[in-house]
Design a protein around this ligand. Structure first.
Ligand SMILES: [Zn+2]
Ligand SMILES: [Zn+2]
Length: 254
């Protein structure tokens, strides 16, 4: 990913701070004006509407499971095809349907992903407030990478912004260079699991295996949908010598 996004990160952070000083801040979820002294970039209504994921969840992929009190540790999909990652955890539900209650997190993520406002990295860091549902002893945090072309077009990788926030929080190393996307896959939206798996097969590579050999890795992305991308990243990281790979996303699409 090199020095270009880093410089842009720094510039945008400064620009966002200057803008925040000059303009009345608006909520990143609903665009309402924020109180002058608000410490958050989300208004109190939006913050209250985020749905944390609670137990019971699948021990492996983290998807909520309802077994009516029966303590069955895995979902059907993980039983049929165990993923390459050890476990995946997400902080919030992410509902795509328009008929659902106002989709604050979806709105934040869509703006974050497709808009130029990198200050939303601050919002996502805010969402990481509190204890993370992952272990405390990872050696390194890696973002799910964008292909170079997409990174240049977009100017930043939202997963890398998140990974930076997570690595600071967990006190582990951040590595944005080792895992790379070698094939520019088509966007994963609106595809079933099989086509998603085919779509990402061999799309990733490990550029510096020595940087992850024998280490416990935390892979970071914004949204986990079918898990096909995370699974493929975990597969190449394990093949390159990582001793364990877990996954943390801010949201879980249901
Ligand atoms: Zn709001
Ligand atoms: Zn599962």
């Amino acid at each position: 990913m090199g020095p270009i996004p880093k410089t842009r990160d720094l510039f945008s952070t400064i620009a966002a701070q200057v803008l925040a000083f000059l303009l009345p801040a608006r909520c990143a979820g609903c665009d309402a004006f924020l109180p002058q002294q608000s410490a958050y970039r989300l208004c109190s209504t939006c913050r209250a509407s985020l749905q944390r994921i609670d137990e019971p969840i699948c021990r492996t992929c983290g998807i909520p499971v309802g077994f009516n009190g029966v303590d069955f540790p895995l979902c059907q999909r993980c039983v049929k095809a165990p993923p390459s990652f050890g476990k995946a955890r997400s902080l919030f539900y992410y509902r795509r349907s328009a008929d659902a209650a106002p989709d604050i997190l979806g709105s934040v993520i869509r703006r974050h992903k497709y808009g130029p406002n990198q200050a939303l990295g601050v919002v996502l860091a805010e969402l990481l407030d509190g204890q993370l549902p992952v272990d405390a002893d990872y050696d390194v945090a890696l973002p799910v990478p964008l292909h170079r072309r997409r990174l240049i077009r977009r100017g930043f990788n939202q997963a890398a912004l998140l990974a930076a926030a997570v690595s600071r929080k967990l006190g582990c190393r951040l590595d944005v260079a080792t895992l790379i996307r070698v094939i520019a896959t088509s966007p994963q939206t609106a595809q079933d699991l099989d086509s998603r798996r085919r779509n990402v097969h061999n799309a990733f590579a490990v550029r510096y295996p020595e940087r992850i050999a024998g280490l416990k890795v935390l892979l970071i992305d914004d949204v986990l949908t079918t898990g096909a991308t995370a699974n493929e990243c975990a597969r190449v990281l394990r093949a390159a010598g990582a001793c364990a790979v877990d996954v943390l996303t801010i949201a879980r699409a249901l």
